[in-house]
Design a binder for this molecule. Structure first.
Ligand SMILES: O=P(O)(O)OC[C@H]1O[C@H](OP(=O)(O)OP(=O)(O)O)[C@H](O)[C@@H]1O
Ligand SMILES: NC(=O)CC[C@H](N)C(=O)O
Ligand SMILES: [Mg+2]
Length: 497
């Protein structure tokens, strides 16, 4: 789930871009990159966090009034510097592109590129497939008189040919800045504007939180199949008007997006509180009477506070997060994830000793965090530990840009709730009901509906059985830690404790 930004204004944009990308760091920790354009492209990208990749000497060279940037969370191809985004191609005009998501028919698109357009991408990053399809469609236009209609026409063909999830931003050198979404708008993308003495600056960003830091005004979301082009006179052109998506990724609301972002009219923090409140019924039906509710920092907080409020039990922060550690789930190896979880959280013994503790997290995916947390709380003297997930069991792979593409990695795809409870050594495990989640994120006026595929196995892009296999093979071929990827191999069959 990467983070993307694109700026187009009357002044150099790189400083704004660094601020925007830093605000999106939670969406990708593997690599970061920026491309700007003045009379030519300037590109800097590399492995690591925004702060590590962009030193003053790099920033100085990224001149230009138009720029695009990316923070990467690898979901296709290897996690190495050659595959960091943006990608550039010199023909036609000079194009630079970034995307967030995952192409599912990547073999078909690669074949078509080769046989039909005679293009061989340099890497296995799916971004190249989108970029070269668009570039190939653009180059057959009358390039001396390129119009907005031509650009949108090339976008439309790209959207027909490329299947999956992709929110994209493209610089077309000398022409302007283009953003387009896949036909379902599975990933977020928003447009904002700031007025300056020299004219407006427009920006496309993955999440609205960037605009709070940058003093931009939110303009609108980029909806399903939509494209927005900002030309060099700062005129904004639209392909299609905005309609709320019917299949927006619900896992963005549960875990991925930042709490202070508003996506398709929903404030993420508020939705997480509502998720927590919904769990109250399940806690009481299970006959649990916790002394306190605690959260697993960072993403469990709002659901924990909602549950505590609903059942009238005090909330405490009893697990302290080391602020210098990033997210564990988006690390690309199991060893790396375990390492982060180990260094990240520490319980406050005085708070939990002798207590029945309900610990709330947003989700249980591979079980790396939950198993460690229960153990830590027991070692700190907790009398009983109930592990509560604000998400339902994740039983099906995500093929739209979250790196859980293999069912062997998903603990709930391989074990029952009782087995998971024993595996993580909790006294009780409670999951959100899928029906409650579906009701909360059902389509309603202005908000759109959601993709629940990882919980239900129902994929909104039609029959994906062939693509599931391709994606699984692709991920397996890039695993650097093949051992430890499979939950069943990692976790011995759960037994009573
Ligand atoms: O079952 P698992 O495979 O461990 O995955 C689930 C955990 O991973 C995420 O935390 P992460 O550390 O990535 O980020 P956070 O700090 O935003 O909570 C999520 O919030 C859960 O805590
Ligand atoms: N999570 C994402 O959006 C990843 C984008 C792209 N598939 C990559 O691996 O670079
Ligand atoms: Mg977490």
């Amino acid at each position: 789930m990467c983070g993307i930004v694109g700026f187009h204004g009357p002044e150099d944009v790189v400083q704004d871009m660094i601020i925007g990308l830093t605000a999106l760091q939670h969406r990708g920790q593997d690599a970061a990159g920026i491309a700007t354009f003045d009379d030519s492209f300037h590109l800097h990208k590399g492995q690591g966090l925004v702060n590590d990749v962009f030193k003053p000497k790099h920033v100085k060279k990224l001149t230009g009034h138009t720029g695009i940037g990316h923070v990467r969370y690898t979901t296709q191809g290897a996690n190495d510097s050659d595959l960091a985004q943006p990608f550039l191609t010199s023909y036609p005009f000079g194009l630079a592109m970034v995307h967030n998501g995952n192409v599912i028919n990547f073999r078909d698109v690669a074949k078509r590129l080769h046989e039909h357009y005679h293009v061989l991408p340099k890497t296995t990053n799916d971004l190249e497939l989108i970029m070269y399809t668009f570039a190939s469609e653009l180059r057959v236009k009358d390039l001396d008189r390129l119009s907005v209609v031509d650009i949108f026409d090339a976008v439309e063909t790209t959207q027909e040919l490329v299947k999956g999830a992709y929110a994209t931003i493209t610089m077309i050198a000398g022409h302007g800045l283009l953003a387009f979404n896949d036909p379902l708008a599975i990933r977020p993308l928003v447009l904002g504007r700031r007025d300056t003495e020299n004219g407006p600056v427009y920006a496309f960003v993955s999440e609205s939180t960037c605009f709070d830091y940058l003093d931009f005004e939110f303009v609108e979301n980029v909806g399903p199949g939509q494209a927005v082009f900002i030309d060099n006179n700062f005129q904004v052109h639209y392909k299609n008007t905005y309609a709320p998506p019917k299949n927006f990724c619900v896992f963005e609301q549960i875990y991925f997006a930042r709490e202070d972002s508003i996506i398709h009219g929903r404030l993420v923090a508020r939705e997480r509180v509502r998720l927590g409140k919904l769990l109250a019924r399940k806690v009481s039906n299970a006959g649990l009477q916790p002394d306190m509710v605690i959260d697993v920092p960072s993403s469990g907080y709002f659901a924990a506070s909602g549950l505590a409020e609903a059942i009238g039990v005090p909330y405490r922060r009893a697990l302290v997060k080391n602020n210098h550690m990033g997210r564990s789930f988006i690390v690309s190896t199991q060893k790396g994830r375990e390492d982060v979880v180990k260094k990240k959280l520490n319980p406050i013994r005085e708070f939990v000793e002798g207590k029945k503790v309900a610990v709330v997290d947003d989700s249980i995916v591979r079980g790396t965090t939950s198993r460690r947390i229960v153990r830590l709380l027991r070692e700190a003297g907790a009398a009983e530990v109930y592990f509560i997930s604000s998400a339902p069991p994740i039983v099906s792979p995500c093929i739209y840009g979250i790196d859980m593409a293999m069912s062997t990695e998903l603990i709930a795809a391989n074990y029952t709730e009782d087995e998971i409870c024993r595996y993580i050594e909790a006294d009780k495990v409670i999951y959100q009901d899928l029906a409650d989640l579906e009701e909360l994120f059902a389509e309603e006026k202005g908000h759109g509906g959601s993709c629940f595929a990882c919980f239900s196995g129902k994929y909104p892009t039609g029959d994906v059985s062939r693509y599931l296999r391709h994606i699984q093979e692709e991920r397996e071929s890039h695993r650097s830690d093949k051992k430890g990827q499979s939950v069943s191999a990692k976790a011995p069959a759960p037994t009573e404790h």
